[in-house]
Design a protein. Structure first.
Length: 243
């Protein structure tokens, strides 16, 4: 877990067990609502400040994600504007039937460059948005694990209670109606288990494997040639060429 997500190590996320009494079982919704505040046994939160840190961090996450998405929207508009400018010049040249002059040739080169820069900016901002979303989803996985841990311990508590009384207990959920057949459900679950390692962590995914086979990775890592450097300098040149 990275340092900026230390707040999710809140002691309040731990399931509070008790061997002295038996409490009613909690539903999945109750576990998600209660866990992280007072524990499943309604005992006082061990560290209120860490709980507040977690809440503030989640709010900052949502603000960062909203900001990243707004930048992508702006980049879409800029890219559309630059492409429209280029298309207008091409349409003007086509309708006039005249050949390109040194001036129109230079104008088209500038507009083509501006279009491609805007498209590059859009892709870069999309990556930034996905990086923020990836962090949000990583934290969601950690929270979901805490919920699963609480559910597992709840089952263990109830089983221990019945065992201490020499009572036999087993699942009877087979009597419930299912919207999916047992065979189909088993197949779905097997498929999920095949692609979700028991110890999930960043980097073990189909995405990481696909990224490693990208035909562009080597090309984009190459050192700029002199010609590429010249283009880079021209792109960062005087503002008079930016329009």
């Amino acid at each position: 877990m990275s340092a900026n997500r230390h707040a999710f190590q809140n002691p309040a996320l731990e399931y509070t067990r008790s061997s002295s009494d038996l409490y009613p079982s909690h539903s999945s919704d109750q576990i998600k609502l209660t866990l992280g505040y007072n524990g499943l046994r309604n005992e006082p939160t061990k560290d209120i400040s860490m709980q507040r840190d977690a809440e503030r961090y989640k709010a900052q996450q949502q603000l960062a994600l909203a900001h990243a998405r707004s930048l992508v929207c702006v980049a879409h508009q800029c890219a559309a504007h630059q492409k429209d400018q280029e298309d207008q010049l091409l349409q003007h040249l086509s309708n006039s039937g005249s050949k390109q002059t040194p001036q129109t040739s230079f104008d088209l080169a500038i507009l083509a460059r501006n279009t491609l820069v805007a498209e590059e900016d859009l892709v870069a901002l999309k990556i930034q948005e996905y990086e923020v979303m990836f962090t949000v989803l990583q934290d969601a996985v950690e929270q979901a694990r805490a919920h699963v841990k609480a559910a597992q311990l709840q089952i263990a508590d109830i089983a221990d209670y019945h065992h201490s009384r020499n009572e036999s207990v087993k699942p009877t959920t087979d009597i419930l109606n299912s919207t999916i057949s047992k065979g189909a459900l088993s197949s779905y679950q097997s498929c999920l288990r095949a692609y979700l390692p028991n110890e999930w962590h960043s980097g073990t995914s189909m995405w990481s494997a696909l990224k490693g086979r990208s035909p562009y990775s080597d090309k984009f890592d190459e050192v700029e040639t002199k010609e590429e450097a010249d283009v880079s300098v021209f792109r960062r040149g005087s503002s008079s060429l930016a329009t």
